[in-house]
Design a protein around this ligand. Structure first.
Ligand SMILES: Nc1ncnc2c1ncn2[C@@H]1O[C@H](COP(=O)(O)OP(=O)(O)OP(=O)(O)O)[C@@H](O)[C@H]1O
Ligand SMILES: [Mg+2]
Length: 327
């Protein structure tokens, strides 16, 4: 049994009295202790997928179907996060499952010192003032943040963006969650801060055994960092499996296109091998393969109906009629 089992998740966006399909039939597992990457171009539905897990969707969005089983371990019964009462969900948020966002400054309260913000989560989950302070300082130190005392008593505007994000990660990690969702955690940061963020996430995965759902546009990061890889296109998972296999032998033309767009040393100075066109908006989703209009190999069959999921073995699944016949 995986730690998280997402099954047939669909999310609609309400617009002019109709519900438009933002996510359709999403299926994936997150194994305990593993880092799973989720990638796809802007507007594919990565953030909505992450927010569905915590049931923190924007007002316009609604869960249209599916289940998200959270299975914390052999001693605790698995629960469907989509059918939990709000009070029970509040106990899970921050404690068992926590999330960090792209813009760290927006997630921190500008009027509160960093230490107070870290301690707040601990107090919410039952620690006293003194214990919370000690645990917060201890964590900052363990996570290798320089001058933890100084960071502890600073206001958010007094520290750098990279440091803010490291503080956010500390807040997310403080209750030792089973799952940490990191939505583009380093996109807004410079290269050096980006490396520190990744190292910090790796440390949390290694030392605390937390699973991580790592959402990123940047496939070179997914490749470096993730054991499993989910490729999303227009509200669907089009390919998933062990990251190593997907990177060495991508089966879906979209995965191939994304990987082909990663800049590398040999290609430096030459135009990127890229995919033309763009992700269809949720008003323009077709009944067939969503990628067909942009796919270099699509035929009539692709436009007629959604390709079934094909099992290529070794934990790899792909939605493409050409699957297994591509090479
Ligand atoms: N608050 C919202 N109101 C209306 N539509 C929304 C909202 N949030 C998302 N959507 C719709 O859902 C689609 C998927 O959005 P989502 O934010 O999940 O994409 P994403 O893959 O995270 O993109 P990005 O890489 O830019 O962060 C969007 O293209 C948009 O049509
Ligand atoms: Mg997003």
């Amino acid at each position: 049994m995986a730690l998280l089992e997402v099954r047939n998740l669909s999310v609609g966006i309400r617009r002019n009295n109709e519900s438009l399909p933002a996510l359709s039939g999403i299926d994936f597992d997150i194994e305990a202790g593993e880092i799973t990457g989720l990638a796809g171009e802007s507007g594919c539905g990565k953030t909505l997928t992450a927010l569905s897990i915590l049931r923190l969707l924007p007002k316009a969005a609604e869960i249209a179907g599916g289940s998200i089983m959270f299975n914390p371990g052999p001693d605790e019964k698995g629960r469907d996060l989509l059918s939990l009462e709000e009070a029970e969900l509040c106990r899970i948020r921050g404690k068992d499952i926590s999330m960090i966002f792209q813009e760290p400054r927006q997630s921190l309260n500008p009027l509160l010192r960093i230490g107070a913000q870290i301690g707040e989560t601990l107090k919410l989950h039952g620690l006293g003032d003194k214990q919370a302070r000690e645990a917060a300082l201890d964590l900052l130190e363990k996570l290798g943040l320089p001058e933890p005392e100084k960071v502890f008593s600073a206001y958010p505007h007094q520290i750098s963006g990279g440091m803010c994000q490291r503080v956010m990660i500390a807040i997310a990690a403080i209750c030792r969650p089973r799952l940490l969702i990191a939505d583009e955690p380093s996109t807004a940061l410079d290269q050096a801060s980006q490396s520190q963020i990744l190292a910090l996430l790796q440390q949390i995965n290694r030392d605390f055994g937390a699973s991580i759902l790592f959402i990123s546009h940047d496939l070179s990061l997914v490749r470096r960092f993730c054991r499993r890889f989910l490729v999303m296109y227009a509200g669907r998972i089009v390919e998933k499996g062990p990251a190593e296999t997907l990177f060495s032998a991508p089966a879906h033309p979209y995965t191939r296109g994304l990987i082909g767009a990663i800049p590398n040393r040999e290609r430096r100075g030459r135009p990127l091998a890229n995919i033309s066109g763009r992700v269809p908006s949720i008003e323009d989703r077709l009944p067939g393969c969503p990628f067909a209009p942009r796919c270099p190999r699509s035929g009539e069959k692709c436009l007629a109906a959604l390709p079934p999921e094909t099992d290529l073995g070794g934990g790899r699944l792909v939605r493409c009629v050409m699957a297994g016949k591509n090479d």
